[in-house]
Design a protein around this ligand. Structure first.
Ligand code: SAM
Length: 224
């Protein structure tokens, strides 16, 4: 089904960073995230191992990639890298139209599983994109947001230049605060680039939403 261009703005019972954000982030940063890796994620991850065995390349991770449109665009932007798109939804991935050949692959897996598997193999990433994750706007769902989730230390350990985008400014601000607490300071800016990197980006832009980005990249870096 095509994404509609009349998407509603995120509505939340939270107008400011969650009062429990710092405590939650600190607690997670001080803990090991140990969730058993699902068998389907482990099977999907083999594609990465095989690609790297064929040719060792720096990694770009496109977590929560949806249909993988951004994965294909990033692969074009970083031809010397292996770009790995990860999404848990078969339905979304089945709508990929990029051909799938070249320097990228799409994995049907939980991101947290793939993060664990990469780290277990001693791998880090050159760049990590987190584009329009589900916002979980209710305050009680803080721990479902990327920065409130127990897997945050994995994301930090994977390193690289991190880019997170959302149409909910507060989400990006909270993510930036969490990254600050984790020692990864960065910048928040508006997303104005063309063409849209993802289908959600296009939908939100066509609906007139402001789009926000946190990046650990230096400002002079062009983030596609
Ligand atoms: C709002 S969509 C954004 C998709 C894409 N980045 C875009 O901008 O078009 C969020 C995506 O996150 C995926 N997702 C949510 N939780 C996930 C998880 N733990 N692991 C992998 N994918 C997940 C969903 O299946 C969905 O495709």
């Amino acid at each position: 089904m095509p994404l509609q261009a009349n998407s509603r703005q995120v509505s939340s019972n939270q107008q400011h960073p969650h009062p429990g954000l710092a405590a939650t982030v600190r607690k997670h940063l001080a803990s090991d995230y140990r969730r058993p890796v699902a068998e389907h994620s482990r099977a999907a991850y083999r594609t990465v191992t095989e690609c790297l065995e064929r040719e060792a390349r720096p990694l770009v991770l496109d977590s929560f990639c949806g249909t993988g449109r951004s994965t294909a665009l990033l692969a074009r932007a970083f031809p010397d890298h292996l770009v790995v798109g990860v999404d848990k939804s078969d339905r979304r991935l089945a709508r990929h139209t990029g051909g799938g050949e070249g320097n990228y692959c799409l994995l049907r897996a939980d991101c947290e599983d793939i993060w664990q598997l990469l780290l277990a193999d001693g791998l880090q990433v050159a760049r990590h994109y987190l584009l329009y994750p589900n916002p979980w706007p209710k305050a009680k769902h803080l721990q479902r947001r990327i920065h409130g989730h127990g897997s945050l230390p994995l994301l930090v350990e994977l390193g690289g230049e991190i880019t997170l985008r959302s149409n909910w400014q507060l989400y990006v601000e909270e993510f930036g605060l969490a990254m600050h607490l984790a020692g990864r300071r960065g910048f928040i800016s508006r997303v104005n680039g063309e063409p849209p990197l993802t289908l959600f980006e296009r939908k939100y832009r066509d609906s007139g939403h402001s789009l926000w980005q946190f990046t650990t990249a230096k400002l002079e870096h062009k983030v596609p």
